[in-house]
Design a protein. Sequence first.
Length: 482
Amino acid sequence: MSVTELLDAALAYETRGFAVVAVDGKAPIPNWKPFQQRRPTPDELVGWWTECSTAGVAIVTGAISRVVVVDVDGPTGEASLARFESDQGRLPETALVRTGGGGQHAYFAHPGVRVKTRAGLAPGLDIRADGGIAVLPPSPHASGRSYEWIIPLPADLAELPPPPAWVIEVGPCARREHGVSTEGWPSWLPPVISEGSRNGLLTRLAGWLHRATGDEAAVFDGLKRAYIERCAHAPPMTDGELRKIALWVQRKAPCAIVVPVDLDPFRAGVAGRVWAGRGGFTDERVALAVLEMAEQAQKVRGLAVSVRDVAVGAMVTRAAAGKSLRRLAGVLLKAERVAVPFKSREATRYRLIVPGVRHTETVLSTELRDCLSMTQAHDLWRWSGLGPAAGLVYARLDAAPQGVKELHVVSRSPSRRTVERVLHRLAAHGLAAHGLDGKSWVRGSADLDLVAKALDVLGRTAAENSLYEWERRRYRARRAGR
């Protein structure tokens, strides 16, 4: 497929009123959130395909493009759709796309009210509506095939039939019959949440909603709906408590690039590989465990896994998991060294090699420990020094004056009072100073090593690591002598 054909198709869809975006596989190449509110200009489309000549053509679904798409993924999706149709009636005949992976996209007219995008409505069945995205012909697919129209779009989009009622809002009967979470909740969220586990599960749900939407209002609305529908109400939680959870999660801007999960290339690689040799069986189990973690995390790019987590998932020892991961590096996984916060050492992390994606030296992860810089691994930020919170705040200070409120947001500290206490503690050692207005703060000029030496913590981490290493060597020598 030539760049001219793809660009011509994108421009043709744009003239029909679609919000067109370029995609690499199924992942949008530009930051596509602005195009949920406005359509891109022809110049923007030309620029995207000039930069990436192999990009596929996709549209932002929902009100902006006036369409709702039912995504049926292969035989599994067809079976799920048949179960819905047996209760709710068959889908009307409409524009239909055959995807490169063998599935189908059915196009319907947007009803004019908000229709929520729901991934995993049932196994292999998704709804692409407001805030969703759908790939269009003639986009290429990783399988080597292209998307193609089975039934083309009508000349006037107003001629598309409206979506069935169950697409807009699935009723309780469908939920009960098919055993799926039609409310759009993740599968790990229990139907009844007790008072003891309420805060923890709601915080986890807030993180899931934040990753899915990135919108504070949507996170709060989701938490409120979950509290009403699934939580114990004794003692009651106020809107203020729910909003506090949403705000806390919103401050933790994820470092990961979250993209729609497409594990088919990885599964194909695992299934097609000959797992020979002494460690072949273990390598296969470890590879499947990593894919399971990616599926649970709902992301591929940005997934950073540790040896311990993989060992638990594959049900092997940590030593065996580490050896397997090293053998898989460069085949299925990319190994990287990242800083361990507040310690003068690094640890190895692994992430999946995404086909067609240029890898950087930065580990993309929502884990705070993966996002911290090496500056925060200084001895000064030990608990016996100024403390980890001081390291977080100091790392965000720079020459530009910042207020306590700004530092509270970017440093992810628990409260503004904590930030204030930390700033005064840093100022007492010359590591922070007031700006010209007397209210904002800037980084001080004091040397970290000198302050750590004055507090008698300089070199403490290295000494402890040396002691631990000596103890490990002595333990191994004793075991070898038995």
